[in-house]
Write a protein that binds this ligand. Structure first.
Ligand code: AMP
Length: 213
């Protein structure tokens, strides 16, 4: 099964991708996670990507497409994969179509997770992540037992550089301008399923599963 998770930053794509990955035994491919790892390691790709990521802009299409072409050919993608954060522009969506066609693969569904904008800003600016293990918290909705400390590994909780209010606003603007056209792109291709991203995360997952069955 090949899936795309579509939606603004902060709608819960990563959380739902993880659930789907566990349920169906296919890998979650998050372009944001791959890029953040490259930045942490200080690789050439990471250095190139960091300047865009820090301001909430998109990393150029050719860089992302090259990276994804390699990733989906990996062994663990044999039975399918979930794309989380890719494609994000029409050019990337067209490149994905070509990539799949070249490898005789078909995109099964695009799940659009829908959350109102005011809720997204609150979710992202309150998000904290563990600098050691990557666990995700929220200062109001899902606080750690001790402020600033990860419940799971004791690591320090930090705010992602791009979760500050200013950068979040830019990321949402970029989403509206560059990524929202993909809703129409996939609607036209008859692949789109829209899911309400508000409320209990397990319930949201049930709704996603219903669409996939
Ligand atoms: P995310 O964690 O998905 O919100 O991604 C964090 C940042 O990585 C984004 O704000 C972009 O700078 C970059 N990024 C992730 N995926 C893509 C993509 N498909 N195309 C361009 N830039 C991306």
């Amino acid at each position: 099964m090949i899936l795309v998770l579509l939606g603004a930053p902060g709608v819960g794509k990563g959380t739902q991708a993880e659930f789907i990955s566990r349920e169906f035994g296919i890998p979650q491919i998050s372009t944001g996670d791959i890029l953040r790892k490259e930045v942490k390691e200080g690789s050439e790709l990471g250095k190139q990507a960091k300047k865009y990521m820090d301001s909430g802009a998109l990393v150029p299409d050719d860089v992302i497409v090259g990276m994804m072409e390699k990733r989906i050919k990996a062994d663990d993608c044999r039975n399918g994969f979930i794309l989380d954060g890719f494609p994000r522009t029409t050019d990337q969506a067209e490149a994905l179509d070509k990539m799949l066609e070249k490898n005789s693969l078909t995109l099964d569904k695009v799940i659009l997770i829908d959350v109102p904008k005011n809720e997204i800003v609150e979710r992202l600016t309150g998000r904290r992540v563990c600098s050691k293990c990557g666990a995700v918290y929220h200062i109001k909705n899902n606080p750690p037992k001790t402020e600033g400390v990860c419940d799971k590994c004791g690591g320090e909780l930090i705010q992602r550089d791009d979760d500050t209010k200013e950068v979040v606003e830019n990321r949402l603007k970029v989403y509206e301008e560059s990524t929202m056209p993909l809703i129409y792109y996939y609607k036209k291709a008859n692949k789109l399923a829209k899911i309400n991203g508000l409320g209990n995360i397990e319930k949201i997952f049930e709704n996603i599963k219903a669409v996939l069955q």
